[in-house]
Design a protein around this ligand. Structure first.
Ligand SMILES: [Fe+2]
Ligand SMILES: [Fe+2]
Length: 133
């Protein structure tokens, strides 16, 4: 469903591999949304969001280290975007998920829209900018 296109590659092996993993996580989110068998998806949502939080923490740290090394001029702005992503994920209320299984698909759909647009816009517009410096 979501996959890395040739134009998304930065040429930095670690960062590209991490972006591939983030696309996989977007696909897992998509699959979870279209899973009509599981009635209560709370555990899977918690698992997926935790994985996203942990994985992006490592990925963002790699990018930030790279940007500092090349003394990237727009470091602060890029750093702030990474923090906004983390805030958005940490805003997901796990307790509310358990209490309201009927609202879970809305949470997943929201997460998916956010992820899909982040992956495309942030990678294409922002990540590719610092590798071209
Ligand atoms: Fe990235
Ligand atoms: Fe980034």
């Amino acid at each position: 469903m979501y996959e890395m296109k040739p134009e998304y590659y930065t040429g930095i092996a670690d960062i590209d591999a991490e972006h591939e993993r983030l696309f996989e996580l977007a696909n897992e989110t998509h699959e979870l949304l279209h899973n009509y068998v599981t009635m209560d998806k709370a555990d899977q949502i918690v698992h997926l969001v935790s994985e996203l939080i942990n994985y992006t923490r490592v990925h963002f740290a790699h990018e930030e280290e790279y940007m500092r090394r090349i003394q990237y001029a727009d470091y602060e702005e890029h750093y702030a975007q990474h923090r906004q992503f983390e805030i958005k994920l940490s805003d997901i209320d796990f307790d509310a998920l358990e209490a309201d299984p009927a609202g879970q698909d809305d949470v997943i759909e929201n997460l998916l829209e956010f992820l899909a647009s982040w992956l495309v816009h942030h990678i294409l517009k922002e990540d590719l900018r610092f590798v071209q410096k």
